[in-house]
Design a protein. Structure first.
Length: 255
């Protein structure tokens, strides 16, 4: 066979081989994509199912049906769901459907806080603030509030504003830092922070005094039911120790 003819045949054969390899690869890719498409919805379904259970549990919690709340959230909390752990911690904290146990409550808050749940971090910080189920620890208060505040929790941001305004829990007194955290919280609509920022602008605390801005922020707070207070910079947000057995151990109506 002439060399030129061989080359043409060789080229055609290579083309057919390449085409077969391409089709095989394409089929494999389609099969993989199909498998992934089948797998992903199952993950979504699991997440969606948990969300529905949590919503049902939250509804039961709000109407005082604590038995049902516990029945729904205990399996999720045991499986590591942070939102369920927070809700379960609240039940133990206040004796809702279970015997009140501040130590157990703090443990559930701790588990959720370790997953960077900002609400759990705030609740655990309050526990360390007053020694509810854990020893008092000012450093833990500041550490947990800071972590929650940095993740955007408005309540934690306001607490940091108070800490920096008064030098609490190891925070140095720093008017500018206090104002910065208060403003971040206020811009999320946290009423106490709105009032605090209004006072900052009124008295030039951590920011240049501005009567117009003060009035604007006071008005935002007032729209949420908070009026001006003359001693706002001396106020401390205190966590109140839950009274023993605020609800009967069985709590609410059974279903």
């Amino acid at each position: 066979m002439p060399l030129r003819a061989w080359r043409a045949t060789d080229s055609g054969e290579k083309g057919r081989l390449m085409k077969r390899h391409f089709l095989a690869a394409l089929c494999a890719a389609v099969a993989l994509a199909g498998a992934m498409a089948l797998a992903v919805p199952s993950v979504w379904a699991a997440s969606g199912a948990e969300d529905r259970i949590l919503q049902e549990a939250w509804t039961a919690y709000n109407i005082g049906n604590y038995r049902k709340t516990l029945r729904l959230i205990e399996p999720l909390a045991g499986d590591g769901n942070a939102r369920a752990q927070v809700m379960l911690g609240r039940c133990y904290e206040n004796g809702l459907g279970v015997q009140q146990d501040l130590g157990v409550a703090a443990q559930w808050f701790q588990l959720a806080a370790e997953q960077n749940d900002s609400e759990a971090q705030v609740l655990l910080a309050y526990c360390y603030q007053v020694g509810a189920g854990v020893p008092k620890d000012p450093r833990q208060v500041m550490n947990l509030m800071t972590r929650a505040a940095e993740s955007g929790n408005a309540e934690a941001q306001f607490n940091l504003a108070l800490n920096y305004s008064q030098g609490l829990y190891g925070a140095p007194k720093n008017e500018k830092e206090s104002f910065r955290w208060a403003e971040l919280s206020a811009r999320q609509g946290y009423a106490q922070a709105e009032r605090f920022v209004g006072a900052c602008y009124e008295y030039g605390f951590g920011v240049t005094a501005d009567p117009a801005q003060a009035q604007s922020w006071y008005a935002k707070a007032a729209a949420q039911g908070l009026t001006r207070e003359g001693s706002i910079f001396n106020k401390v947000t205190e966590y109140t120790m839950p009274p023993a057995e605020t609800a009967a151990p069985q709590g609410g109506n059974a279903q």
